[in-house]
Design a protein around this ligand. Structure first.
Ligand code: C5P
Length: 238
């Protein structure tokens, strides 16, 4: 269980996985009465670079820039340096030691999250890459190293959030994608393999949840956010 004081309207980070700046702005307008945290990822960034990021920030909202930097340490450091004065709150890097160390040198006020294991990966994907650990052990192993190197937090599925919180303590920021409202958590009809509800993710240790399609494909995104916030509140109330 985590005890950080985070406003309810900053718990859910809406993943703006849309193809154009106009669609992204429309989505922000439909969500902003309920949440003020938005994630810009590869698809949207390639379509608009910083235009949408700056537009969201100018409306007084927060941005997580999810470009998952992965390159030689010096290149990652220089990329983080470009970012650290742009007003973005969170950015993602891959969680290998040398990359984290280099990125931390350049981060300034920017908080950095290390990707542990993508939430679309299951045990069989790890086997296919020649890895023998379980997903949970690998997530914990990589998160422990990231924290040791001074990284602010990790991206991790809700299924591992509880163990991360219990083993690594309160300092670690845990951001959890792979959130589903309910039904498909049970039926498995999804490309995300390690999925969980928003309420359960936060109740068991996540600070923020990242939610894309359940919100962006909904007829009424604000209503879905409100329902998830209710779920989060009851999760936190225990
Ligand atoms: O649509 P959905 O809710 O599955 O979107 C999840 C978002 O979280 C996507 O933007 C995806 O890139 C991102 N993400 C993830 N797993 C990670 C890191 C980020 O699913 N480990």
């Amino acid at each position: 269980m985590n005890s950080k004081e985070i406003a309810l309207n900053e718990r859910i980070i809406v993943a703006l996985d849309v193809q154009s700046p106009d669609l992204a702005k429309e989505m922000v307008k439909r969500c902003e009465s309920h949440t003020r945290y938005f994630k810009v990822g590869l698809q949207l960034f390639m379509a608009s670079y910083f235009e949408v990021v700056d537009w969201i920030l100018a409306r007084g909202h927060k941005v997580m820039l999810d470009l998952k930097f992965f390159d030689i340490p010096e290149t990652v450091k220089l990329a983080v340096e470009q970012l650290n004065s742009r007003g973005v709150s969170l950015a993602t890097i891959h969680g290998n030691d040398a990359i984290i160390r280099a990125a931390m040198e350049a981060r300034g006020d920017l908080q950095l999250l290390a990707v542990t294991v993508l939430t679309s990966f299951g045990e069989e994907d790890l086997r296919a890459m020649g890895m023998t650990q379980s997903v949970e052990d690998l997530v914990l192993f990589r998160a422990r190293r990231a924290l040791k190197l001074g990284c602010d937090g990790v991206v991790s599925s809700g299924l591992e959030a509880e163990r991360l919180r219990n083993d690594l303590g309160e300092k670690l920021l845990i951001v959890t994608p792979g959130i589903r409202p309910g039904a498909n958590v049970r039926d498995g009809s999804d490309d995300q393999k390690r999925i969980i509800t928003a309420g359960r993710a936060v109740a068991t240790g996540a600070d923020h949840v990242v939610v894309g399609r359940p919100i962006t494909k909904a007829e009424d995104p604000a209503r879905v956010i409100a329902a998830m916030q209710q779920d989060i509140e009851s999760g936190l109330a225990g």
